[in-house]
Design a binder for this molecule. Structure first.
Ligand SMILES: C[S@@+](CC[C@H](N)C(=O)[O-])C[C@H]1O[C@@H](n2cnc3c(N)ncnc32)[C@H](O)[C@@H]1O
Length: 264
């Protein structure tokens, strides 16, 4: 296995605010925004390039919204996500497995498709993030972490808009049981976990950035293997990048299968 850590490898995605509002249990972004308490302080851990925080904070000037993501250490990604951000949104570069979050601060915590990457190889990074979320949330905070992937083996279902699970700091017996509940609900089943682990170890090093798929003019673009420019996925150059990625993931999974067989 490559020496890069899970947080350096996870793809930086940009799920839409409408889609994220739904997985957090609301019909639309407006409803999510209106559900937040007055002057709430909100956190999105592993927010990536999602516009959710910007859209919600624009609708609710009374709240503070913190997007925390490791990939914001890359200036190009931080620039991209900060565009159009109102003054009540902060984009904070950080590794959420480390104690970087303030204690007892947040009234609402959101996270989507972060923990699956951090428990793909072993549970420790995901457990560290869950513990930091527990400590950073107020006792009555609403905490939504997703997708809830426990028991889901179908790749097609995993690619759909699966709901997040709700967690309560007040109802958890202690931090340990909160962490257990979060990691159990979000850990992938063995086959999808192997695919995500292999994809993470191949894709970001291959493209030289975790932001290797972006949306431009409403179309998916991927980094071109030679030029480093974004090209439409539906083009010859884009298809070559996709093919290299698929080949790389397949080779990585075969390597892991052989190494597991020899370890037995
Ligand atoms: C798959 S993306 C999800 C982005 C967004 N939540 C969405 O649903 O589109 C996962 C994000 O988690 C970030 N990430 C991974 N490990 C992290 C860590 N330890 N601390 C902070 N961010 C992390 C990655 O940089 C990436 O942007």
């Amino acid at each position: 296995m490559a020496s890069n850590s899970a947080h350096q490898l996870a793809i930086t995605t940009h799920r839409s605010s409408a889609m994220l509002a739904k997985v957090y249990g609301h019909p639309n972004v407006e409803a999510l925004a209106m559900s937040l308490p007055s002057a709430a302080t909100c956190l999105d851990v592993g927010a990536g390039a999602s516009p959710l925080g910007v859209d919600v904070a624009t609708l609710r000037p009374d709240i503070e919204w913190h997007n925390v993501d490791y990939s914001y250490f890359a200036p190009a990604i931080l620039d991209e996500v900060s565009q159009n951000a109102p003054s009540n949104v902060r984009h904070i570069p950080g590794d959420a497995t480390q104690p970087i979050l303030p204690r007892n601060e947040y009234d609402a915590v959101f996270s989507y498709w972060l923990l699956q990457h951090l428990s793909a190889h072993d549970d420790m990074p995901a457990r560290a993030v869950a513990a930091n979320v527990y400590q950073s949330a107020r006792s009555d905070a609403s905490i939504q972490i997703g997708p809830a992937t426990q028991g889901i083996r179908s790749i097609r279902t995993l690619m759909s808009d699966l709901p997040a699970a709700s967690f309560s700091k007040a109802q958890a017996v202690d931090e340990q049981s909160f962490v257990d509940a979060v990691v159990t609900a979000t850990r992938l089943e063995p086959l999808p976990r192997m695919i995500v682990d292999a994809a993470d170890h191949v894709a970001t090093p291959l493209f030289g950035t975790s932001r290797f798929i972006v949306k431009q003019d409403d179309k998916a673009h991927i980094v071109h293997m030679n030029t480093g420019e974004y090209v439409p996925v539906k083009s010859l150059a884009g298809a070559l990048s996709v093919a290299s990625l698929v080949l790389g993931i397949t080779a990585e999974m075969a390597k892991q299968a052989v190494s597991n067989a020899f370890d037995r």
